[in-house]
Design a protein around this ligand. Sequence first.
Ligand code: GLU
Length: 283
Amino acid sequence: MPRGLRTRFAPAPTGFLHLGHVANAAVTWRVARATGGSVVLRIEDHDRQRCRPVLETALLDDIEALGFVPDEPTLGSLRAGGPSAYRQSDNGASYETAVVLLDRVAAVYACDCSRTTFARWAAGHGHAWSGPGCPGGCATRRLDREARGVTWRVALGDGEEPWTDLVLGERAGTPSAGGDLPIRDRHGNWTYALCVVVDDLRHEIDLVIRGEDLVEATPAQVRLARLLGRVTPPRFLHHPLIRRPDGRKLSKADGATGIREPLAAGTSPSDLRRLAAEAIASA
Ligand code: GLU
């Protein structure tokens, strides 16, 4: 394991912390502490319709209650309420600047394809859309980017992107596996993919520790970072997910997997961190 890397814990305040987050945080802090690295905490509230300030407060409370201490920023500075470099909704200018850069090196275009457009295309062809573009051929239609309800996509191009995964080994994949990458959704929110890549760049993250459900998103993120000037991709560590008994991944809707109840019932924070880490080790 390389030493002295900067990693991050990046929850979205769309619900309460659940056991899956605790497992991710436990691995993140354990790896950072064992290798002389550091942990940046980032509030990923890019989705303005789904995120709530009260849920950010709850996240901070739960992170503190569990004993996870970020190296940057302090929990107090996030609680203070002023703008923070570590909260996505305060950093719109960074995402706007990224689009200006992307405009110079790639096609950023408005797309009016909906999920139904993709579903109809898949039904007609017997397989899902894959590769660059979108079913509506929007890259060449020159739709107005400022029109209401359009998604912005960036053409990431062909070929493969390789990356080093500290669990899965040397990996590579196609950046446009599901079409050109959405960077702004039809409600005007910057997307997770754009924000996470811009933020990992500006926070100088060189180790991304997250669940294996994001393996397939990785080639697009590596290519997007390259278009934004990143020469060496971060290293990745994709760990197994805690699954429900029926095999599905935990979600914020799974109230029973929250952490407040076990803490209130007397489970110690260190036992909860250990249980969560063991659950992914045995997954
Ligand atoms: N906010 C994302 C999530 O909670 C972070 C994913 C990532 O680590 O890239 O799923």
